[in-house]
Each structure stands twice: as structure tokens, then as C-alpha cells.
Write a protein that binds this ligand. Structure first.
Ligand SMILES: *[C@@H]1O[C@H](CO)[C@@H](O)[C@H](O)[C@H]1NC(C)=O
Ligand SMILES: *[C@@H]1O[C@H](CO)[C@@H](O)[C@H](O)[C@H]1NC(C)=O
Ligand SMILES: *[C@@H]1O[C@H](CO)[C@@H](O)[C@H](O)[C@H]1NC(C)=O
Ligand SMILES: *[C@@H]1O[C@H](CO)[C@@H](O)[C@H](O)[C@H]1NC(C)=O
Length: 670
């Protein structure tokens, strides 16, 4: 097979931004070169088996400071990868795999059939990432997607991270064990904690202080098993040279605080979402209370003793929670105390904060400035969390000198609509880097849930080293070729149509309300106006996939994609039936209501058949993974209830219903 060299202008790229953050410069994995090299080589072997012996990995920690790799062909036909660390080596491998071997590795699977002789690189290719960090995950991903993952699934995900260049991953598994240890040591009881921790599928929101106890009590075996899992996760991340981000104490405490420490100055926060006070209205410890420092210090010390540390901690004290006062002096004070509580436990601590709340009108420039400048320069990293739809770093003057990461949020609740803001993702990161006095130090991917729209994540990850916007036609054609292993005009046509329609949301419209067929029926929905594209483009793309189905039938990623495009097309058709039905309902035209209702029911049956044909769309796997965490039948019931509740009612009485709805076999019909 003739190698197809799609990129001809790769040269050594120099960093666009010069940094003035000495603390960040020194952050490097302590794993030795040989450990990182072996971790990268093992990863390559997991991906391509025996053919991994065709690659030689060499780590040179002296090159940098940004991650970089150099690829070259050896006389014996092997390809040599020299890289600054394990992640850079994996990135370098993936670059060659995609652009010279037509390979791809995404959540749905891989195209890993290599040419029998590796394509020769006539001249070496050197690529340097443009920023220091590539961040990955949202605190919600841990519940919406990975709540029930075992080590095998985590291992695959860490491989995915390394291939896509992630060096700053959120590592939030297993924190309840540390919190439990800390609270028990301070006089809280097991029962106090049962009311405090969330259930297995709802930990993300209990950790943020939005809810408490809902979905619990959290089984002890869960807590212990997650601790063991976290050890494996951290070891692998560190072996690859990543810098895992661990949690810190953010101020949320069990309700029993008023019994254990009667003098503690706590505020009971308002109820969150539509939750009532049984499961919401959590307690926040006042920043100035000396106990805040005690908890903050103890938590980090106990966590470090158990898991070690890379000195970067996430704490989202104000996530979706309005501070007690908008006075900048108060906010600055709060920021200072949160940070001091961290440094009390780890003098080198760096506070990584999700900037999600900065989208709320409460946070105006004086409030944001007060918070972010309360911490020494370079000791806080802000995730500009949804930069592709609503970047706020400009509004806040590049965070007044604090470093930030340009993040693509892209997905809410792990819903499945085909969606993307391709132009913004193509141009946004370089805009961020070139902003006057930019403090951008990285790019990030912060979806609430994954397993959807893989193309967007493949595209986004390359922003690590792409200094300029890409030619989208060319990029999508190479994407399709990598995905299925060869070139196919029909499928190219289809992807081109998707690129300029569903993947080109440019007016702020997003995916969320469109999955109405998996939502509670309501005559109030007016979803048709939410479409940001012409559905005919989607249907034509669907047709293109069908045209290609003979030629690409051997590709499992093609099976996944054709099911996905069919699924989304059926969803749009269902929406049309629904809109007509509501119109008829308003006109009191019973016959038309019935006709459209019947069409919808039939369509749901068809959709279910379609979804049952592919293992990536099965409800059963989500439930089986949940039940696998149980040790007895009552825990099995609890796990399954959590799994089912999250994707449907989301709360005891449908408090956040349908937010994480799924179009899975077993959900859209029995
Ligand atoms: C308790 O905290 C609030 C702010 O949350 C503060 O106004 C008040 O003065 C504090 N009370 C004491 C006794 O420190
Ligand atoms: C909150 O909702 C739960 C579940 O429906 C119910 O059992 C409980 O009584 C409610 N609590 C309050 C204070 O209304
Ligand atoms: C996306 O839409 C915008 C606005 O309609 C248009 O200018 C742009 O060319 C489109 N991009 C693609 C890739 O189709
Ligand atoms: C699929 O094939 C049909 C029949 O040849 C053709 O009319 C149609 O344009 C093709 N669709 C796409 C998207 O290429």
C-alpha cells in the first residue's frame, strides 16, 4: 500500500506564547525516561499488537519545555520516535499512525490495520505542542460516563488520552475514601457520611455541594474498590508522564458539622436545581473559620499520603453556587482562604478551577478579578470551560494575568446528538494564543459525557500543535480515510455534508433539546426551531453512508457511524412528526394527532431495532457495568437504580429529568 502523505508542510513549530509562570515550568512528571518510554511502548503494543516491534521509542526529557516529538525512519525500516516524555511519544506515534498508516483510535473502536511495510519518512518530522498543557475531562464526566468503569476501561481511556496528547487529566476517582478517612478521624460517624456522599451515579454533584445523600448510601466496598482503582489510574498516568489533577477541599461539609463542631460557622446553601431540602441545601463552611484550614490541610495531607501528588488541585467552591456577597473584598478573601488551605497541606499547590460559573451574570469583572488575583500569579489555572461557545477570557482581560486553558465543553449530560461548532474549534485556540497579553497555557476538552461525536474530539486534539486554522474539506477527507482505512468518495461526500451542517453550529444553538424522543412528552416543546442546519443535508449524508456501505462493510467504525447517522436522522424525522402532531393538537384535529402519533411509535420501534444492532448503543452494558460494582443483591439493586435514574428521572421525582437522556437500545423501546 502506498503511503499517503497528507501533510507536507510540517516543520519545527516554535511556541507562540512565552510564559512567565515559573511554577508551571517546573511541573514535570517525576517518572524516569525509561518508565515513560516503556509506558508508551506498552500502549503502542495494546493498539497494534506485534507490529509494535516496528517502532522504537526514545525519551529525551531534555527537549522542550513544551512536549515535542521527532519521527524518523531507520535503515532497517523501523520508525523511531524521540519524544520529551511518554505522552509526547504517544502523540508522535498517533501522528504517524493517522497520517501515514491511515489509522485511528477513538472511543468506538480502532482502525489499526497497518500497511505491511511501514511508509518511509524521507525527512524527519518534528512537532512541538504550542502550549504547556492539554487538559481533559469535566468533573461531571466521572458520573455521566465513567461512573461504573473498571480498570480495563480506564486503561483504554488513558491510552486514548496519551494518543490525543493529554498531559493534564482530571483524576477524581477514589476521593470518597480520603474524605471518609478525614471525617471519621474528626468525630463524624459513618451515618453522617451516608447522608453526605452521593449515590454511585451522582457523586459529581455531591462533591460540588449541589446535592447530598441522593442515590446513596454509598456502599463501603464501592469506596474501597475505587481507592484501589485510583492507585492504578494514577500509576499509569504518571508512568506516561501525565500530571493528574487531584481534588482539594472546597468547603462543603456534612450536615452533621453542627453536631460535631457546634461552633463551626456554616451556611446552609439554597436548594439546587429542583431538588428539595432532603437531598439538597448542603452546608458550606465559612472560609474564615479556622476549621476550613484544618480540613483543607488534612485532606491534602491524607490524600498525598495515599496517592502522592503532582501539586495541581481542583476546587470548585462556587460552582453554580452564588457567593454570600458580591463585594470584591469578600470574594478575594474567600479565594485567599481556599488557596491557603491548599498550601497548608502542600506548599507547592496550584489551584485549578473550572470557570463555568463565570458565565453567570453574578461574575462581573470586579468579582472575577478579585477571585483570580487573590492567589499569587501562576498558582491558579482557570479552565475557560466552554470557550468554543462562550469564551470569557476576553471579557476578563485574559484573567488579569492568571494562566487559563481554552476548553471545548461540547457536550452536556452525555447526550448523543450529532453536534459541533467546527469553525469555532478551528479558529478559537489560535485566537486565544494571539490575544493581547494572552495568558493561555493550554487547550482542554471538558465534555460532561463522552461516547459521542468522535470526529469533533479528533479535530480538537490536533489544536495542540496546529498553529493555524485547517482547511476543513481536506481535514475531513483525511479523517474519513483514517477512520475506515481507505479512501471512499461516497463516505467523503457524507462527511463533507455533515461538516457544513450538523457540525457547523455557528449561532450558539446547541444539541440539548433535540433529543426530544427520549424526553418526557410535553406539548410545550417547540424543538423544530432549535435546528441549526437544514435537515436535508443530514439526510443526504445518511444516503452517502448507505452508498458507501458495500465498500466499507468490513469496518467496525463504519458500522458505528452509519448507525449513528441513521439514529440522528430518525430523531429529526420524529421531531417533524411531533411538531405536526402538536400543531394538529392545537387545531383540535384529532385524526392528524393520531396519525402522527402512530408514525412516531412506529419510528421508535425502528430506532430500537437499529440501536440493538450495535454494541455501542446498548442500555444493557451501562446497567451491567453498574451491577458489576455490587457485592450483594441489595447493592445490585442500588447500582441499577442509580444507573437507570441518572439517564431518566435524574432525582427522586424527576428533578432534572432527561438531562442525561440516552438513545440506547432498551431505552427508546423495551
Ligand atoms: C460567619 O460567616 C459569615 C459569612 O459567611 C460572616 O458574615 C460572619 O461574621 C461569621 N460569623 C462568625 C461568628 O465568625
Ligand atoms: C423531598 O423529596 C423526597 C422524595 O420525593 C421526599 O421523600 C421528601 O419527603 C421530600 N422532602 C421534603 C422536605 O419535602
Ligand atoms: C459554517 O457556517 C458559517 C455561517 O453560516 C459559514 O460562514 C461557514 O463557512 C460554515 N462553515 C462550514 C465548514 O461549512
Ligand atoms: C448516493 O447514491 C445515489 C445513487 O447513485 C446518488 O443519487 C446520491 O447522490 C448519492 N448520495 C451521496 C450523498 O453521495
Amino acid at each position: 500500500m502506498k503511503p499517503l502523505i497528507l501533510i507536507t508542510t510540517l516543520t519545527l513549530l516554535s511556541a507562540a506564547v512565552s510564559y512567565d509562570f515559573p511554577h508551571l515550568q517546573t511541573l514535570r512528571s517525576s517518572a524516569s525516561s525509561s518508565t515513560q518510554g516503556k509506558a508508551a511502548a506498552d500502549l503502542i503494543e495494546r493498539l497494534i499488537g506485534d507490529r509494535s516491534s516496528d517502532f522504537v521509542v526514545e525519551i529525551d526529557k531534555g527537549i522542550g519545555p513544551q512536549d515535542m516529538f521527532e519521527l524518523s525512519s531507520l535503515e532497517n525500516g523501523k520508525v523511531k520516535i524521540v519524544a520529551s516524555g511518554g505522552v509526547a511519544a504517544a502523540m508522535g506515534f498517533y501522528h504517524y499512525f493517522k497520517y501515514f498508516c491511515n489509522g485511528q483510535r477513538t472511543w468506538a473502536g480502532k482502525q489499526a490495520e497497518l500497511p505491511s511495510i511501514l511508509p518511509t519518512l524521507k525527512t524527519p518530522i518534528k512537532i512541538s505542542s504550542l502550549d504547556m498543557f492539554r487538559y481533559y475531562q469535566n468533573v461531571c464526566t466521572l458520573s455521566y460516563t465513567s461512573a461504573f468503569w473498571d480498570w480495563d476501561r480506564w486503561e483504554q481511556e488513558i491510552d486514548w488520552m496519551a494518543l490525543h496528547g493529554i498531559n493534564l487529566p482530571l483524576a477524581f476517582v477514589g476521593q470518597e475514601a480520603i474524605f471518609q478517612r478525614m471525617y471519621l478521624s474528626m468525630g463524624f460517624s459513618q451515618e453522617d457520611l451516608e447522608e453526605h456522599f452521593g449515590g454511585p451515579a451522582f457523586l459529581a454533584w455531591a462533591r460540588m455541594g449541589n446535592i447530598r445523600g441522593w442515590g446513596g448510601p454509598l456502599p463501603q466496598m464501592w469506596i474501597t474498590q475505587k481507592l484501589l482503582l485510583q492507585h492504578k489510574i494514577l500509576k499509569r498516568m504518571r508512568d506516561l508522564g501525565m500530571m493528574p489533577v487531584l481534588p482539594a477541599f472546597a468547603g462543603h461539609v456534612p450536615a452533621a458539622i453542627t453536631r460535631v463542631f457546634p461552633k463551626a460557622n456554616v451556611t446552609r446553601l439554597g436548594n439546587w436545581g429542583h431538588f428539595n431540602s432532603t437531598y439538597s441545601g448542603t452546608y458550606l463552611l465559612d472560609f474564615e473559620d479556622p476549621l476550613f484550614q484544618t480540613f483543607g490541610k488534612k485532606f491534602i495531607e491524607m490524600q498525598t499520603a495515599e496517592y502522592g501528588t503532582n501539586h495541581i488541585y481542583n476546587a470548585d467552591t462556587f460552582n453554580e453556587m452564588r457567593p454570600a456577597s458580591s463585594d470584591p473584598a469578600y470574594i478575594a478573601q474567600a479565594g485567599k482562604y481556599v488557596f491557603t488551605a491548599m498550601t497548608a497541606g502542600d506548599p507547592q499547590a496550584i489551584w485549578l478551577m473550572q470557570g463555568w460559573m463565570f458565565l453567570s451574570p453574578f461574575w462581573q469583572p470586579p468579582q472575577v478579578k478579585a477571585l483570580v488575583t487573590a492567589v499569587p500569579k501562576g498558582r491558579m489555572i482557570i479552565l475557560d470551560l466552554a470557550s468554543e461557545i462562550e469564551p470569557v477570557y476576553q471579557k476578563f482581560d485574559s484573567y488579569y494575568g492568571q494562566p487559563f486553558i481554552w476548553c471545548m465543553l461540547h457536550n452536556f449530560g452525555g447526550t448523543m446528538e450529532l453536534y459541533g461548532a467546527i469553525d469555532s474549534i478551528n479558529q478559537g485556540p489560535s485566537k486565544g494564543r494571539n490575544f493581547p497579553d494572552s495568558t493561555m497555557v493550554g487547550i482542554g476538552m471538558t465534555p460532561e459525557g463522552i461516547h459521542q461525536n468522535e470526529v469533533i474530539y479528533e479535530f480538537m486534539a490536533e489544536n495542540a500543535w496546529r498553529a493555524k486554522p485547517r482547511d476543513l474539506n481536506q481535514w475531513f477527507a483525511s479523517f474519513a480515510q483514517q477512520r475506515y482505512g481507505h479512501k471512499n468518495d461516497d463516505v467523503n461526500q457524507a462527511w463533507k455534508l455533515l461538516m457544513s451542517s450538523v457540525y457547523n453550529s455557528s449561532d450558539g444553538h446547541r444539541d440539548h433539546d433535540l433529543a426530544m424522543i427520549t424526553k418526557r412528552p410535553s406539548v410545550k416543546y417547540d424543538v423544530s426551531s432549535d435546528l441549526w442546519y437544514n435537515p436535508e443535508d443530514l439526510f443526504k449524508a445518511w444516503d452517502g453512508f448507505i452508498n458507501a456501505s458495500g465498500a466499507l462493510q468490513a469496518s467496525s467504525l463504519f458500522h458505528y457511524d452509519i448507525a449513528d447517522v441513521s439514529r440522528n436522522s430518525l430523531q429529526v424525522i420524529a421531531m417533524n412528526f411531533f411538531t405536526d402532531m402538536i400543531k394538529a393538537y392545537r387545531a383540535k384535529d384529532i385524526a392528524t394527532v393520531k396519525k402522527n402519533g402512530a408514525s412516531m411509535s412506529e419510528l421508535l420501534t425502528d430506532l430500537n431495532h437499529l440501536l440493538c444492532s450495535n454494541e455501542r448503543y446498548l442500555l444493557g452494558l451501562w446497567i451491567a457495568d453498574a451491577r458489576a460494582w455490587a457485592v450483594d443483591s441489595s447493592e445490585k439493586t442500588l447500582m441499577e437504580y442509580n444507573a437507570r435514574n441518572q439517564i431518566t428521572l435524574w432525582g427522586p421525582d424527576g428533578e432534572i429529568h432527561d438531562y442525561a437522556s440516552k438513545q440506547w437500545c432498551g431505552v427508546v423501546a423495551e
